[in-house]
Write a protein that binds this ligand. Structure first.
Ligand SMILES: [Zn+2]
Length: 211
């Protein structure tokens, strides 16, 4: 008789859960996820991620609020309606290890006020160096903006097509809604999110808009 303990295929790796909770608590402390908004995920393997379940205050997230979801479907019954955009990013690049989505006011304002030709151009600012691979302020970063949409599968198709042609970058904006940002791991996704927040706030202030 084989006494080996069976492997639980639905088990969530502790480090992935810790990463999701760290992202969620940081966003909660910053006021980026009001009224149970926002969602956060960390890759487990090629086909799965740990991701926040729908609802709940992400600033007070515990392990009970993190589920294991397939990035190729079918949909998890507790998953957020916005989860397909997380799954898309994991399918698009094996380099992406964590994805964060927040409703931070500077991102929402930037999507409406700083938009030019369906993008926000961030140019000439020192904190551009917070993004992976950028080593000088003397450059620019185009952040794509998409019209908000309640049809997540349709939106995911538009995001996929544009990022494939324009490059993956570090995040995108949904107009009047918020931002998705990612990184190789939870720490890098958090750094990119912080950098976007600072840069959008600064650019809005330069236009005389308090953010
Ligand atoms: Zn949202």
């Amino acid at each position: 008789m084989n006494s080996a303990v069976p492997i639980r295929h639905d088990a969530l790796p502790e480090d992935a859960v810790r990463g999701v909770i760290a992202l969620a608590h940081h966003a909660g402390a910053k006021g980026w996820v009001p009224a149970t908004s926002g969602n956060f995920s960390v890759r487990i393997d090629d086909d799965h991620c740990a991701i926040t379940a729908s609802g709940g205050d992400k600033g007070a997230l515990t392990a009970d609020g993190v589920i294991r979801a397939s990035v190729r479907g079918p949909a998890h019954p507790r998953a957020s309606a916005e989860a397909p955009l997380h799954y898309l990013m994991y399918r698009m690049s094996p380099e992406i290890g964590a994805v964060a989505h927040v409703h931070a006011q500077p991102a929402v304002l930037a999507s409406l006020v700083l938009a030019k030709k369906e993008r926000v151009k961030i140019k000439g600012l020192e904190l551009l160096k917070a993004f992976k691979g950028i080593t000088t302020h003397d450059t620019h970063l185009d952040v794509p903006i998409f019209d908000n949409d309640q049809d997540m599968e349709g939106l995911a198709q538009r995001v996929e097509a544009r990022l494939k042609s324009d490059g993956l970058g570090f995040g995108f904006l949904l107009a009047g809604h918020g931002i998705y940002a990612w990184g190789a791991n939870a720490g890098e996704a958090l750094r990119h999110l912080d950098a976007f927040d600072y840069l959008f706030t600064l650019m809005l202030k330069l236009k005389g808009i308090p953010a």
